[in-house]
Write a protein that binds this ligand. Structure first.
Ligand SMILES: [Ca+2]
Ligand SMILES: [Ca+2]
Ligand SMILES: [Ca+2]
Length: 402
């Protein structure tokens, strides 16, 4: 990541271990690397499709840096968005890990609202270092550092095409990519102000831009994944040359583009669900007692079924959910989960996975809950505002299991 200030000397740009970014990972593919971000199931990493463009390998290495140290995992499955094209449209991929991520890694949910433009975001990634004045450093030879910086989503990338026409060599599909410019506070480098009349002089020393190696990295709004870093560009028109040094190297005056996650949530949700192992498909298959493992995270699945009738077949249904402690404690016995479950057209049920943490302790059986509330597009039935389901974690050391 290229930042406004010198990355070695200013801690504000480091995404240090334990600060909430430990689910941002480095993905190595055929000698190259990019960045990715761990989703709420603890098993799926969201990144860009172009990382795999020249790869024939079916497995990649995913490196986590967390309070438990550095840990490299392999993948069991890679799902590319089938409509990905060489013009950077639909540039997304999902990497399914061959076992669960470290429990110390943060899990993140998706930003689902389409009100990103105008909002401040925080980007995190392992890309090349540098500063806005000169762009990426070519002399750094240390191991990649995880950095963070902020910016503001200024526009839909398709707005650029409507301004530039055929002088711009690619055509972003409307509604699918968000762009931000790298500002230094001077209107001469305010690329999107100068080029498409979206003025904004930036966030001062917090401003930053993606660089090679940040591809696939998240842009968070309120801690949720709103964008995935895809490419940068240096654009000029007539006498307007915002790029401070005239070459595409992530300097001040350039523009970054992120795949817009709110637009892709159905593909992400459904592709992720398709990889769940042993998930129940009907209520009789739901297991409410879970035997914990002593070596690996195990999953319990909560099944939501919609038994009503949609007034419009294309209506999305959604419900908010959150786990709740009883005798089982989040962070020790299971991994807290919360978010929004969406049922898409033609879907009447879906599952929520919750991870049960392995341990070696002999403990009594413990219970926790998952609450569902705030249904949108349907209801739980007259007078019902919340649904609750219980799970019992059976300790495999207690001798209580018959
Ligand atoms: Ca900016
Ligand atoms: Ca700007
Ligand atoms: Ca430049």
């Amino acid at each position: 990541m290229v930042t406004t200030v010198t990355p070695y000397t200013d801690s504000r740009n480091r995404a240090y271990i334990g600060e909430g970014y430990d689910g941002v990972v480095r993905i190595s593919v055929n000698g190259y690397y990019g960045t990715g971000v761990l989703l709420s199931d603890g098993r799926t990493v969201l990144t860009v499709a172009h990382l795999f463009a020249n790869s024939t390998s079916s497995s990649v290495n995913v490196n986590f840096e967390t309070t438990a140290g550095s840990q490299t995992m392999t993948s069991s499955h890679i799902t590319l968005l089938s409509t990905y094209d060489a013009q950077s449209n639909n540039d997304l991929a999902l990497v399914t890990l061959s076992s669960s991520a470290p429990v110390t890694a943060n899990r993140y949910s998706l930003y689902r609202s389409s009100d990103e433009i105008g909002q401040t975001m925080t980007m995190v990634g392992y890309g090349q270092l540098g500063t806005g004045d000169t762009g990426t450093l070519t002399t750094y030879s240390g191991s990649p550092l995880r950095l963070k910086a902020s910016n503001q989503f200024d526009a839909d990338a398709a707005t650029l095409k409507s301004q530039f026409g055929s002088t711009m060599s690619w055509t972003p599909t409307t509604g699918t990519q968000l762009v931000a410019d790298f500002d230094n506070g001077n209107s001469a480098q305010d690329a999107l102000g100068q080029l498409i009349n979206r003025p904004g002089l930036g966030l001062g020393q917090n401003e930053g831009m993606i660089s090679p190696g940040d591809s696939g990295g998240p842009a968070f709004i309120n801690g949720q994944i709103a964008g995935i870093a895809s490419y940068t560009t240096s654009l000029s028109q007539g006498n307007i040359h915002p790029d401070i040094n005239g070459i595409t190297n992530s300097s001040f005056g350039e523009i970054g583009a992120w795949q817009r996650i709110s637009n892709y949530q159905q593909w992400i949700d459904q592709s992720q669900r398709a990889q769940y192992q042993n998930a129940p498909t009907k209520p009789s298959e739901v297991q409410t007692n879970i035997v914990e493992s002593n070596i690996d995270t195990t999953y319990t699945y909560f099944l939501l079924q919609f038994t009503g009738v949609r007034s419009d077949p294309n209506q999305l249904l959604s419900v908010a959910y959150a786990t709740r402690d009883d005798t089982a404690k989040a962070g020790q016995d299971y991994i807290a989960a919360s978010g929004t479950l969406v049922l898409y057209p033609n879907e009447n049920q879906a599952v929520i996975p919750v991870e049960i943490i392995a341990d070696h302790l002999a403990e009594p059986n413990e219970i926790f809950y998952l609450d569902m509330f705030n249904p949108v597009g349907g209801s739980f039935g007259e007078g019902i505002i919340k649904l609750t389901a219980m799970r019992t974690i059976i300790s495999d050391h207690s001798g209580l299991l018959a």
